[in-house]
Design a binder for this molecule. Structure first.
Ligand code: AMP
Length: 219
C-alpha cells in the first residue's frame, strides 16, 4: 500500500475540498473517496443505509465512526484505488484517522492538505452552492446548470443540499471545530500536514497545492 499516493484533504465545508480533490484525482489517476457523496448517494437512492443516515445529514451532525470506517474500508477494495485515493471529508474524527492509519499501514498516507478558510466565506459559499445529486459536481446558484437544474457533466438534477441551509451550516461549523480540528495536530505529529490558504481563487489554491506536492517529491 505504501507505493500508493493517498492524500487526505481536510477543511471546513465549502473550503474547496471536493473541487480540489476531484482535480487531484484527474491529474494523478486517483480514486475520489468522498464519504459525504457516498452517504448522499445512499439517501438519494433510498437504500436502508440512506434511510438510516438522512436525518443525521440534514441536521449537520456526524454519522457514526463505525459506519463511515466500514464504507471507506470497502471502497478501498475497488480497483480504481490501485494508484491511491484522495480522501475528501474523511477522516473527520480522531477515531476515524486512527482507523484509516490502520487500514493503509504506516506511511500509507503521503500528505494531509488542510485548506483553511474563514467562517464568513464558508457561509457565503455554502448558501450559494448547488450540487448535482448524481455525480456531486458543485455549482454556484448563478451558474447555468444551477438555474436550469441540469448537470453539465452527467445530466443529473442540480439541487441545494438540505444541509447547506443556515442552521445546518452553523451546526456543521461547530462540529468541525470540535471533532475535526484536532486532526491537524494528529497529522502534524506524523510530519505530513501542509496548510493552504483557501480564501483565494480556486486556480491559486490549485497552484499552491501542486507546489506543495512537488516540493515533497509527490508530483
Ligand atoms: P460532506 O459532504 O463531507 O460535508 O458531508 C455531508 C454530511 O455527511 C456530513 O455533515 C455528515 O453528516 C456526513 N459525513 C460525511 N463524511 C463523514 C464522516 N467522515 N464522518 C461522519 N459523518 C460524515
Amino acid at each position: 500500500m505504501t507505493g500508493q499516493l493517498n492524500l487526505v484533504v481536510l477543511g471546513k465545508q465549502g473550503a474547496g475540498k471536493g473541487t480540489q480533490g476531484q482535480r487531484l484525482c484527474e491529474l494523478h489517476g486517483l480514486a475520489h473517496i468522498s464519504t459525504g457523496d457516498m452517504l448522499r448517494a445512499a439517501v438519494a437512492a433510498g437504500t436502508p443505509l440512506g434511510r438510516e443516515v438522512q436525518s443525521v445529514l440534514d441536521a449537520g451532525l456526524l454519522v457514526s465512526d463505525e459506519l463511515v470506517n466500514q464504507l471507506v474500508a470497502d471502497r478501498f477494495k475497488e480497483p480504481d484505488t490501485a494508484k491511491g485515493a484522495v480522501l475528501d471529508g474523511f477522516p473527520r474524527t480522531t477515531f476515524q484517522a486512527q482507523a484509516l492509519e490502520q487500514l493503509l499501514g504506516e506511511g500509507g498516507i503521503k500528505l494531509c492538505i488542510s485548506i483553511e478558510i474563514a467562517n464568513d466565506l464558508v457561509i457565503q459559499r455554502l448558501s450559494s452552492r448547488r450540487i448535482c445529486q448524481e455525480c456531486g459536481t458543485s455549482y454556484k446558484d448563478t451558474d447555468v446548470a444551477a438555474i436550469s437544474g441540469t448537470c453539465e457533466v452527467c445530466g443529473g438534477d442540480v439541487v441545494q443540499r438540505s444541509d447547506d441551509k443556515p442552521e445546518a451550516i452553523q451546526k456543521r461549523l461547530e462540529t468541525f471545530d470540535r471533532d475535526t480540528l484536532p486532526l491537524l495536530s494528529f497529522y502534524e505529529s506524523r510530519g505530513i500536514l501542509v496548510k493552504v490558504n483557501g480564501n483565494q481563487l480556486r486556480e491559486k489554491v490549485a497552484a499552491d497545492i501542486d507546489g506543495l506536492l512537488h516540493g515533497r517529491g509527490l508530483a
